[in-house]
Write a protein that binds this ligand. Structure first.
Ligand SMILES: NC(=O)C1=CN([C@@H]2O[C@H](COP(=O)(O)OP(=O)(O)OC[C@H]3O[C@@H](n4cnc5c(N)ncnc54)[C@H](O)[C@@H]3O)[C@@H](O)[C@H]2O)C=CC1
Ligand SMILES: O=C(O)[C@H](O)CS(=O)(=O)O
Length: 489
């Protein structure tokens, strides 16, 4: 069944700057369906000019928006949340249309995105400061929370709704204003979300969105990086780009939130509930076809249970239905672009060339289209393989056998990344030893589905810094100002 919108005007093709939907002044960027390659629509392929106009609008709006009472900001954000949920079907269809994930996942992502919007509508009214007991007489001392200012949000293609929602919502809640640049592969969901924010009453200039091709994106973002009025960069994407943003923003010392790449280990100990571990791995690995930064990239199974586990897993992976989002029974969609499929194929071929064996899948599915890759299970994987050091970002599970706890902790931590880690064990002493030893920002214990708006989401090491969601997520958009009043005795 073709993917269509009820409210067709949510399919938008213009930038939104200073409260105006503006046509492209130059070239345009094709947005295509990854399942078929068909053109969906065209959006502006913007450059430094549009970027500067957006930054100017956000800077001008900040003086007023920061003074809007927190409760009023909260009410506007809550209205935005209600509109997003009221348009769940259309927004979910847009996600699946441009990103390719199965429709059920696309619609599910809208609920997930809205959970962040609702969360920060509530957090907006709890930006309490502190009254500090003065160490000397005659003084009053306060710690006051203030908005950082103009925020630049650069977002990835894998969760086109959730990633931008969990950046815009806390920014608006804190009293900041925003310029954002969505991923070139998936701009449409972001444009629709901004339209609904406008409808909810977000004033002109407070929220601005600019679309650009991969080639022109550096021109847009560098204009914000060099602009002293932009006070913070919040980015979700690859570690190389995250490092570029950190280096380039140093000249104006911007605040940074970087949610970058991962290389999550998934460890199954011999004392684990194997059926639960299989289900946990299926949930964590095959969500969005493996295109998430927290999906298990390396799977370690203790020798005694390796063969039983791999057989159980193989049966589940074999049963996965691959297909376009227009087929409601699809569970694994196409990969986002040709580059992604080439990387996945390279990882599988490299692993096999180094001794791994394909238990399930192992290659493309040309009969479905050029962007499809079969859900794959490899056995005999090891740390010498590309899939052990690089994020595959696809539906591939490389299984590595291990003997001892010490050995697997060392292997799990042997990576520059540290975003998520998972392990299954029913030994309570082992649970706390391993949870303490794993070098990651997120640890799932006997649980594969860890994402939630109430949780502080973020990494350590080269997976970045800053936290999104939870009460910590608002802090990244605030300064703490110390106010001291004397001569009061
Ligand atoms: N942490 C996460 O959730 C994500 C991690 N990734 C990782 O990144 C790899 C590559 O995926 P991509 O989509 O290519 O990620 P990417 O990091 O290249 O793109 C993410 C965002 O950064 C922008 N960007 C790209 N180059 C830029 C530059 N020079 N200056 C400013 N902005 C720039 C893109 O336009 C997009 O909006 C994936 O295979 C995965 O390993 C990708 C997406 C999400
Ligand atoms: O970037 C991602 O892959 C997401 O952060 C994963 S999650 O937060 O949606 O789990």
């Amino acid at each position: 069944m073709p993917l269509t919108l009820q409210r067709t005007e949510l399919l938008r093709s213009r930038n939104y700057i200073a409260g105006e939907w503006r046509e492209a002044t130059g070239s345009q960027l094709d947005v295509t369906d990854p399942a078929t390659g068909a053109l969906i629509t065209r959006v502006p392929d913007s450059g430094a000019c549009e970027a500067r106009e957006a930054a100017e609008a956000a800077h001008a709006a900040f003086a007023t928006w920061r003074k809007v009472p927190a409760k009023q900001r909260a009410q506007i954000i809550k209205r935005w949340n209600d509109l997003v949920l009221a348009h769940q079907d259309d927004l979910g269809t847009l996600v699946s249309m441009e990103q390719g994930k199965p429709l059920a996942e696309g619609k599910g992502e809208i609920v997930y995105a809205a959970s962040y919007i609702e969360w920060f509508a509530e957090e907006a009214t709890r930006m309490n400061g502190e009254i500090i007991p003065a160490p000397v007489a005659g003084r009053r001392m306060f710690a006051v929370k203030e908005p950082v200012g103009v925020i630049a949000a650069i977002t990835p293609w894998n969760f086109p709704a959730a990633m931008i929602a969990r950046k815009i919502a806390p920014a608006l809640a804190a009293g900041c204003t925003v310029v954002c640049k969505p991923a070139e592969d998936t701009p449409l969901t972001s444009l629709a979300l901004v339209r609904l924010a406008e409808e909810a009453g977000v004033p002109p200039g407070v929220l601005n969105i600019v679309t650009a091709s991969r080639e022109n994106t550096p021109e847009v973002v560098d204009a914000w990086l060099d602009d002293p009025r932009v006070r913070k960069i919040t980015f979700t994407g690859s570690t190389p780009v995250g490092k570029h943003l950190a280096r380039r923003s140093a000249d104006t010392l911007k605040k940074l939130s970087l949610e970058l790449g991962g290389n999550a280990p998934f460890i199954v100990f011999e004392d684990a509930d194997l059926d639960a571990a299989v289900e946990g791995l299926m949930a964590a690995k095959f969500r969005n076809g493996g295109q998430t930064c927290v999906c298990p990239n390396r799977v370690f199974v203790q020798a005694k249970v390796h063969d039983t586990f791999s057989e159980k897993l193989a049966a589940r992976v074999k049963a996965l239905k691959v297909g376009p989002a227009s087929d409601a029974s699809s569970q694994i969609g196409p990969m986002i672009n040709a580059r992604a499929v080439e990387k996945i194929e390279r990882h599988v071929q490299d692993a096999v060339a180094r001794g791994a064996r394909v238990l399930v899948g192992g290659g493309r599915l040309p009969e479905l289209g050029p962007r499809y890759f079969a859900p794959t299970v490899l056995v005999g994987a090891d740390g010498t393989m590309a899939c052990a050091s690089e994020e595959t970002f696809g539906p591939v599970v490389p299984l590595t056998r291990f003997d001892t706890e010490a050995e697997v902790i060392a292997a799990a931590n042997d990576t520059p990344f540290g975003l998520a880690a998972y392990f299954y064990s029913n030994d309570i002493r082992r649970v706390w030893r391993v949870a303490d030893a794993l070098e990651s920002g997120i640890v799932g214990i006997n649980e594969g589905a860890i994402a939630a708006e109430a949780a502080p989401f973020g990494g350590v090491k080269e997976s970045g810094y800053g936290r999104e969601g939870s009460t910590h997520g608002l802090e990244d958009y605030l300064h703490t100002k110390y106010v001291c009043q004397g001569q009061l005795d």
